[in-house]
Design a protein around this ligand. Sequence first.
Ligand code: SF4
Ligand code: SF4
Ligand code: FES
Length: 232
Amino acid sequence: MRVKIKRFTGEGFRWDEFEVPLEGKPTVLEVLSYIKENIDPSLSFRAMCRASICGTCALKINGQHKLACNTRAEGEEITIEPVDNSKPIKDLVVSHEEIYALLKKSKAWIEPKEEKVEVSQRDLLKTSKAWDCILCGICNNVCPPLAEGKDFGGPMVLTRVYKVLEDPRDGKGDIRLGEIVSLNVQECVHCSNCNLFCPKGCMPERWITLIEGKLLQRGLIRKQMDDFGFLG
Ligand code: SF4
Ligand code: SF4
Ligand code: FES
């Protein structure tokens, strides 16, 4: 199998090619590990769990954003690139600083109520899909407003925000809604790329729509009417 890898050198990108004699259907992560262990020890990429849990191995494989550890390398040739919408650091490794900054800005962690709160099965079901998020960032990598550099919290962070907003144990209530305004949820164009490419089926766009509805209802944001400019 021929493996073409787009590597960031510090000054720009270059494509390297490797012949990998692995049999069967190895995962892309196994292919990268083989190259690092047997051909080029300088090759850099991120991975930890090898089981679609840690979210660190997101890459662009044959042009599509996927997790390297749960994607099979098939065919005569594959291409592997760093993910989009992220600052490259070395080879296939990109910076996560922006993601950390957005998570911090969102304050998407539970601040518990004083009293004991019973969490019903219904409450759990409401957010169960959002709980599956492994923070791999793929939804952000395929999000057009983020690619255009818009000031937007993005699907990854908003999925986490939804989870906290709907958690009956959270004691912040309306204060939290006010804080979310700065994430500019109305920048979402509802293209559903995030739903399509999320490796865990978390459906970020669905939660964004619900958050947007709550903010609109409270008058905290206004619906953008640009798309209806022709009416004016
Ligand atoms: S649906 Fe919204 S959040 Fe998801 S990729 Fe499209 S613009 Fe981004
Ligand atoms: S919502 Fe899906 S694509 Fe986005 S960070 Fe979570 S697991 Fe990854
Ligand atoms: S190595 Fe952890 S998700 Fe792939």
